[in-house]
Design a protein around this ligand. Sequence first.
Ligand code: G6Q
Length: 545
Amino acid sequence: MSNTTTAMRNELPAWTALAGHAGEMRGVHLRDLFRDDPGRAERMTLDAAGWRLDYAKNRVTDTTLHMLLDLAEACGLRTAIDAMFTGARINRTENRAVLHTALRNRSGRPVMVDGRDVMPDVLAVLHRMADFARRVRSGEWTGHTGKRIRAVINIGIGGSDLGPAMAAEALKPFSDRALSVRFVSNVDATHFAEQTRGLDPAETLFIVASKTFTTQETMTNAATARAWVLNALGDDAAVAKHFVAVSTNTEGVEAFGIDPANMFAFWEWVGGRYSLCSAIGLPLMVAIGPEHFTEMLEGFHAMDRHFAETPFARNMPVLMGLLGVWYQNILGAETHAVLPYDQSLHRFAAHLQQLDMESNGKCIDTRGRRVGYHTGAVVWGEPGTNGQHAFYQLIHQGTRLIPCDFIGFARSHNPLGDHHAKLTANLLAQTEALAFGKTAEEVRAEGTDAALVPHKIFEGNRPTNTLAAEMLTPRTLGALTALYEHKVFVQGVIWDIHSFDQWGVQLGKVLAARILDALQAEAEPALGHDGSTNAWIRYFRQNGN
Ligand code: G6Q
């Protein structure tokens, strides 16, 4: 991220002005804002890449928005956006460009990294992926014994799992139902055992997806998968027909025994959590077909263009990012809920958790200083209406401020009876109730017993964004995912942190090694951990299998 000043972000005049403005906004209720300003809803609604965002039900005035836009300017957001799109090495702690936008660049224009256009490579891999996906889907690609492939299992974790797993669920209506596309990520053998239960190895193809091809979980699951196939088929040559790889590490792929001819490449400038449009999307392409995958890329690209070209005051990712800063940094919120009113998006919050929390879960600014303010929010959510019967109580009447994004669609893929009207009615009713609440007078007017009145009051003034598109399609899913990617980028710039590294994840990858040795040692090992960890190692050694 670029740094325009040596002041820490919360010392910028634009930031301190917002903190002062928060005092003026205390006591201002969304009821007042809507009553005093009939044009508010219309003014605070905008359309981009097939999506409509209504941000009128936020605790902001035009003044608040101007001040947030001033903060964006003061933090150099325009320069930062341009730097990302033009291939500058903005991932400075890893000295890499950040170019997931090149993966879905449909403009025909080159994207240069170190003086070289990356687009020919990007398009060549997409072409190979499409050829492979067609062959698997048509039955031309068979297993070792000549049987048709009926199940495709992606083995990968984190960024090599969550994006395609989320999208494969979201786009089920577009998928070939004769082909089962599954995902194994956890090193817990139960995941592998359950996902392969009932499958015939002769009809199963594995995609081993790992940027580094060294990740413990993925390598363990891949070795187990290879043994599962070879035990059944009894011939090492079967690997060629039952395993393909997605990686940046050709040597690692070869060492595993997969022919590099069956490897789909991507590049160091694609971050794991931003890799859905790269070869990491292969299981999704196999599920929905190359044409639908291309439509998804077009949706991503449309939102990329909107983000890169639209003035900030009408820029959807910029506004959503700034509203998040307002709540997390100025009004004291700690979490952010994402609530899709669509069952197919049931893994969307999980994908966003990684995207947002891995990117912006940082406490050191770009100058190496401990920040004096909060950064990434805790992101969470479940599809409505299920959440309404669970945790919404706390959002309505709890003590915490929880900004929420409500996501809905005008049309359902399953227009059964009045299900969809009821689903939509619930979405709208929730945002209305959260904003406007119910006053003591209204509760009393219902004839409520005086002792119960306080319990039945809803304060309201609980902020929400409402996002809607006509239908959940590859295109709208692409645009929605890009919207959140760019929102996360905006916030990273405002917080002056490195959004594209993940040292905490890297730490996790090495931490377990020493304990694994102790757990597996034949003789009683000398334990050099703290007392608690040593005791647990002994417990698992004594009681485990
Ligand atoms: C994503 C992270 C992380 C990564 C996984 C898998 O941005 O870097 O979640 O995707 O750790 O890594 P590999 O793809 O290298 O196996």
